[in-house]
Design a protein around this ligand. Structure first.
Ligand SMILES: *Cc1c(COP(=O)(O)O)cnc(C)c1O
Length: 442
């Protein structure tokens, strides 16, 4: 917590913090936004890195198709559908009292195979990268092999000598735990207090060691890191700083581009696209945004959504303090029902690397997320976890003012496409989902 004096000075320089501290829902057009040409060199990663990640996932596809039958139909490629949700669009117009210009699509990462959330992109990718490296070094594997050979027990035996550890609010742990255990690694997941019981149970059923903490995500990560540091055979997956995770997410950009091309969708000055990404520590939405901006350029706009109680990325980018400040420092408690977004301190790497590519930020309350959860269920019969609803407030904000502030004409906005990134939910047990759905009735 900052001293009263420090806080007053900060609020004087950054007046929006008043509303943030009051936990009001708000939006902010990112003043650091620049063109792709200017922003790209600041990231320190390139198109080639994304292409490498894509190739690595292609190498592993035959293996994944063998060990995760649900990926068989896609040939071991982990990708989600994008669908139009016109009834939800109407529902949102009624709820927020404003017409939404353009089409509303939802990207169903909630239904990604293996772990049912956006973390099936980055988390699994980082485990595969690490496994590949170890197997290369040991002379067990070469890039030209058919990776389906990894189902062989000698690989499991080999990996069982190594450990993987990660700190998580839930979904990253699920992805990394399930993938690591499948390969044969000994894996421990350090879970923050926000993590849902069913996520821990599911992990234990896969033979993953779950270590529970009473504290928030930052503490769980710190503890996990400390334990891993003591053991040279233990690899710690660092959600706050990992460029590998980030690149795993970024492959989504090219994939969405292919889906858009299939649907005959144009993206240019007269047909802008707005993508709404729920943000926790920032790796998932940051990596996806990086991939999207590389694939589509300046007329695709990424907007990050955060809970009013955990607006860490907005706070970091807006104040320019990035990971030098936490929401707790300004008296915000980081308690939210959106467990995937319950992060008090943003990734400094993502904030600094991506601030030139992000068009805006907004916050929404737990109440709004739960209302949206119900609305989506009623209008489209799609069930998501609370975090994954954060993006649905965005289309109204863009239609009301953000679209014009980004320089688009009325006509262009009528031709626009809104993509809400639905980041998780297909694995939520029935009872937990009923509890979320009962909320409106109270
Ligand atoms: C992790 C997560 C996010 C946000 O990803 P970060 O990398 O933490 O920013 C969003 N939605 C869900 C459901 C998640 O699990």
């Amino acid at each position: 917590m900052l001293s009263r004096r420090e806080l007053e000075n900060l609020v004087t320089d950054f007046p929006l913090l008043n509303k943030l501290i009051q936990l009001e829902e708000l939006s902010w057009m990112n003043s650091h936004l620049t063109s792709m040409a200017q922003a790209l060199p600041k990231v320190g990663l390139s198109e080639k890195d994304v292409a490498d990640a894509k190739q690595r996932l292609t190498r592993f596809a035959p293996y994944l198709a063998r060990v995760f039958p649900e990926t068989f139909v896609s040939g071991g490629i982990i990708e989600s559908e994008i669908v139009e949700v016109p009834a939800m669009k109407q529902g949102l117009e009624k709820k927020f009292g404003h017409q939404i210009q353009g089409e509303l699509l939802v990207k169903l990462d909630s239904h990604l195979p293996i772990s049912g959330s956006i973390k099936a992109r980055g988390g699994i990718y980082e485990v595969l990268t690490h496994a590949e490296q170890l197997a290369f070094q040991a002379g067990l594997l070469s890039p030209d092999d058919d990776y389906a050979c990894m189902v062989d027990s000698r690989f499991r035996e080999f990996f069982s000598d190594y450990k993987i550890a990660v700190g998580s609010t839930g979904n990253l742990g699920l992805s990394i735990g399930i993938m690591s255990a499948k390969l044969g690694f000994k894996v421990s997941v350090h879970m923050s207090a926000d993590a849902r019981e069913w996520k821990k149970k599911k992990l234990r059923s896969h033979g993953v060691q779950v270590v529970e903490y009473d504290s928030d995500y930052g503490q769980a990560v710190a503890q996990g890191r400390r334990q891993a540091d003591k053991d040279p055979r233990c690899f710690f997956i660092d959600d706050e700083n990992s460029t590998t995770l980030f690149l795993g997410y970024s492959v989504a950009g090219e994939r969405l581009k292919a889906q858009f091309e299939q649907q005959g969708r144009r993206v240019d000055q007269d047909h802008p696209v707005f993508v709404y990404l729920p943000c926790g520590v920032g790796g998932g939405p940051g990596g996806v945004a990086f991939g999207l901006k590389l694939a589509f350029g300046d007329h695709l706009h990424c907007i990050f959504a955060e809970p009013t109680h955990s607006p860490c990325m907005l706070l970091g980018v807006y104040s320019g303090l990035h990971d030098k400040i936490s929401v707790q420092d300004i008296g915000i408690d980081n308690h939210t029902i959106a467990d995937g977004l319950a992060v008090g301190r943003a990734s400094g790497f993502v904030g600094r690397a991506m601030q030139g590519m992000l068009s805006g930020f907004y916050t929404l309350s737990d109440n709004t997320m739960l209302q949206l959860l119900n609305l989506l269920n009623q209008t489209e019969q799609i069930q998501l976890e609370p975090s994954a609803l954060a993006g649905f407030k965005g289309p109204s904000l863009v239609s009301m003012s953000m679209g014009q502030e980004l320089g688009y004409s009325e006509q262009a906005l009528k031709n626009s496409t809104h993509v809400v990134w639905a980041t998780g939910g297909s694995m939520v047990p029935k009872e937990d989902m009923s509890a979320y759905l009962d909320f409106d009735a109270q």
